[in-house]
Design a binder for this molecule. Structure first.
Ligand code: NDP
Length: 279
């Protein structure tokens, strides 16, 4: 391996400690409501992780568990109650939602000032205009990782693999705001390897285990692997083939221990940001 390892666990631990310190200094307890509909096992794990991390940072985390057959009307009612609850600064609805519930309607019902996932169209619009308000946690975490590793975005050619609303699109907007020249690639892109080989910074967010190979990487490039894929044998792997990419890249994030921990830490930071703005 020639690439430097970007240790997301360590960077996230520092950020979490900073948030905890700021919460102590704030003189009030920020409140975070995490809404989980149904019993998707992966979602339940994510929600528990977020809840625990929030408590450790001194945030009053409240997990609201609703049965899988909750109607959209009832869910929207819960959101409205949280919107007007003065003790709640951040609202997160864990995705995916069960079939029959329109995720878009639910996200649009969240007060943009409490939208700590940054998915509300008002926050998406601010981000697209280059004036970020509450920014989606995973791409925000990636930007912090790049900064912590001293990777220059200004003037860099960045390729974002994936165009989801949760990762790819906001990622591209943040890199653009940080003065990178950005290409967004997706399943209809012609010659993905050639696109990727032009990248000084490659962000992989496709959800395809080990799709990105070493011969897709420009020597010395930074590879940020957002993917979290569970293999049939139970192991977790990213969207990049770690060993082959690390032989060519200049810096790379591992999976697990790269972007994942940053997502949780940035949720805490967003909750604090929302709380400080509101109060
Ligand atoms: P989505 O499935 O919503 O989006 C995947 C994107 O990848 C789409 O834009 C799709 O293109 C593109 N894509 C899929 N297959 C290919 C292919 N063969 N070639 C080129 N492009 C392809 O996934 P998410 O954005 O939600 O998540 C991506 C990955 O990141 C997943 O592994 C997920 O688990 C992980 N993740 C990790 C987080 C973390 O905290 N580390 C947080 C969120 C997600 P098209 O639009 O054309 O269909």
């Amino acid at each position: 391996m020639t690439a430097r390892l970007i240790d997301g666990k360590a960077v996230a631990a520092t950020l979490r400690a900073e948030v905890a310190e700021k919460v102590r200094a704030a003189g009030f307890t920020p409140g975070l409501a995490v809404v989980l509909v149904g019993e998707d096992p992966a979602s339940s794990v994510y929600v528990r992780t977020k809840d625990r991390a929030a408590r450790e940072a001194g945030i009053d985390a409240r997990t609201i568990r609703l049965p899988a057959d909750t109607s959209q009307t009832d869910l929207l009612g819960v959101i409205r109650t949280l919107n007007t609850d003065p003790a709640i600064d951040g609202i997160l609805v864990q995705l995916p939602l069960p079939n029959g519930i329109d995720a878009r309607a639910v996200i649009e019902a969240i007060d943009p000032a409490k939208d700590v996932d940054g998915f509300h169209p008002v926050n998406v619009g601010h981000l697209a205009n280059g004036h970020p308000a509450l920014v989606p946690c995973t791409p925000l975490g990636v930007m912090k990782l790049l900064r912590s590793a001293g990777i220059e975005t200004r003037g860099a050619r960045a390729v974002v693999l994936g165009r989801s609303a949760i990762v790819g699109r906001p990622m591209a907007a943040l890199l653009l705001t940080a003065d990178a020249t950005v290409t967004i690639a997706h399943s209809r892109t012609r010659d993905l390897p050639a696109e990727c080989r032009g990248a000084d910074i490659l962000i992989a967010a496709v959800g395809r285990p080990e799709m990105v190979r070493g011969d897709w990487i420009k020597p010395g490039a930074a590879v940020i692997d957002v993917g979290i894929n569970r293999l049939p044998d139970g192991r977790l792997t990213g969207d990049a083939a770690f060993v082959s990419c690390a032989g060519v890249a200049g810096a790379i994030t591992p999976v697990p221990g790269g972007v994942g921990p940053m997502t949780v830490a940035c949720l805490l930071e967003n909750t604090l940001t929302a709380a400080l703005r509101r109060r």
